[in-house]
Design a protein around this ligand. Structure first.
Ligand code: BEZ
Length: 240
């Protein structure tokens, strides 16, 4: 890890804020972010460098899951501070030569942004000098159809991300929105969901009455209800 000799405070995007906008060159042409993704969820993620092993394992995994994300109305956009020709050469190498954990002939079809000036990486707080001042950390921004940042993950250079968790986050966020609920620890589709706490008279009334007996209350502040897996998957996969 590089030494941090001075402490610089930089503005970083936060949950609930509009995703900072930018135009950039990618392996799939120019993009206007997040404007051109309006109406769909989009994951903007960074990796430290092309032609490195952890990043290669991540790209192969993400590319293999691209359709799964598309099925829940979620697009993928990658970024590193490498140039376009490095990106193209690396993605071709992945497709032509790398076989890893049963994945082979993997074509990365989602855009990979070139960011040699680090302009975008800095805007998104992806350059974290305590970890590296020349490479982006492994950031993941989950942006909703209105262009609002809904979740942010940051991983260090040495740790590959968990893509099942990234998928789970997309499904959980959409479930929370669609059913006005919250998702408890380790929630997966089919598990009980949390009925929101105070703040809404309707919710308080629903709790007090519990006419249908659907709620399970562990205490006044902690009530859950069943939410069928099929209902969740129907809500998150319906044509938008
Ligand atoms: C990797 O992806 O393997 C990697 C990239 C940058 C630093 C360390 C590891």
């Amino acid at each position: 890890m590089e030494q941090n000799t001075t402490t610089n405070y930089v503005a970083m995007p936060r949950i609930g804020e509009k995703a900072p906008s930018f135009k950039a060159v990618t392996t799939q042409g120019e993009i206007d972010f997040p404007a051109q993704y309006a109406g769909s969820w989009v994951i903007l993620f960074s990796h430290p460098a092309d032609f490195t092993p952890v990043c290669t394992s991540e790209f192969m995994t993400f590319a293999s899951m691209e359709q799964k994300f598309a099925d829940v109305n979620c697009k993928l956009v990658g970024l590193s501070v490498d140039g376009l020709y490095s990106h193209i050469a690396w993605l071709r190498t992945i497709k032509d030569k790398i076989e890893y954990k049963g994945m082979k002939d993997v074509e990365v079809k989602f855009p990979l942004i070139e960011d040699i000036t680090m302009e975008v990486a800095k805007k998104y707080g992806m350059i974290q000098p305590g970890e590296s001042s020349t490479k982006a950390v492994r950031a993941v921004f989950f942006i909703d159809p209105k262009g609002i940042i809904r979740t942010i993950l940051y991983y260090p250079l040495s740790l590959g991300r968990n893509f099942d968790e990234i998928y789970r986050i997309v499904v959980a966020l959409q479930t929370a929105d669609a059913f006005s609920v919250a998702c408890p620890a380790d929630w997966r589709p089919g598990d009980d969901v949390i009925v929101p706490t105070a703040g809404s008279c309707g919710v308080a009334k629903e709790r007090m009455e519990n006419k249908t007996g659907e709620l399970k209350c562990y205490d006044w502040f902690f009530c859950t209800r069943k939410l069928d897996k099929d209902a969740v998957m129907k809500a998150v996969t319906k044509k938008k």
